[in-house]
Design a protein around this ligand. Structure first.
Ligand code: SF4
Ligand code: SF4
Length: 219
């Protein structure tokens, strides 16, 4: 979901690559779960996020929808996001101690926090959100280490591809009437989320599905 704010308003004004050091290390987030509460529908899930949650929890997409995630409209496209529940609007994956019960397979946006992605013409870089995380004594850590994602270059390429694809879908969907838009939204949801990812090589399967969708939609 795009945010209509300037980088200077929400960050230290710098952009980081995966190799850079950044003051993001909350050292275990001891006693804090602020970024797991009150996030509204902002923790959007990409297809890999959902696949990892499915594998980690043993639930299929319908099972996740029943308890932990919900559907929202982001820039015209229906996407799943983490559900914030109860009076405290807490992520349903928070355990009784205020810790993430799916830490090993948490979504990409959770891995980033307090970093964010800043998309540019040629790719994206990372920025440090300065208003969101209350821990002030954060240490410096390499972005790559903070994210802790295997095959980071391949992952980054996938994130960029998915982002650009959603942008194209958003642009193309603007002129659609209500029924056509619903058909498109349902098709995307079914293709990238509801249909299980069965193979071990997620990225190959993702790019195959993407090519199929692009061909079918004439994108
Ligand atoms: S707000 Fe900062 S310290 Fe608190 S849980 Fe999130 S990343 Fe950790
Ligand atoms: S999945 Fe984990 S890290 Fe992400 S918001 Fe929920 S409890 Fe927090």
């Amino acid at each position: 979901m795009r945010r209509q704010v300037s980088l200077e308003e929400i960050s230290d004004g710098k952009l980081y690559t995966a190799q850079d050091l950044v003051k993001a290390d909350c050292r275990g987030c001891e006693g804090c779960s602020a970024c797991c509460r009150g996030m509204g529908q902002s923790v959007l899930l990409d297809p890999l996020d959902v696949r990892m949650l499915e594998r980690g929890t043993g639930k299929d997409f319908a099972g996740l929808l029943a308890a932990h995630i919900e559907l929202c409209v982001a820039d015209g496209i229906v996407l799943p996001c983490l559900k914030m529940a109860g009076d405290e609007e807490a992520c349903t994956f928070l355990d009784g101690e205020g810790r993430c019960s799916v830490h090993a397979f948490r979504p990409g946006i959770c891995r980033l926090f307090p970093l964010g992605r800043y998309y540019e013409e040629s790719g994206f870089r990372y920025f440090l959100q300065t208003r969101e995380c209350p821990k002030k004594d954060r240490s410096k850590i390499r972005v790559r280490k903070w994210l802790d994602i295997p095959d980071l270059e391949i992952y980054e390429e996938y994130i960029l591809t998915w982002h650009r694809f959603l942008q194209v879908c958003e642009r193309e969907s603007k002129d659609l009437d209500g029924d056509s838009l619903r058909i498109l939204q349902t098709y995307l949801l079914r293709t990238f989320y509801e249909t299980p990812w069965l193979g071990e090589d997620f990225y190959s399967e993702f790019y195959a599905r993407l090519a199929q969708v692009k061909e079918r939609l004439g994108l």
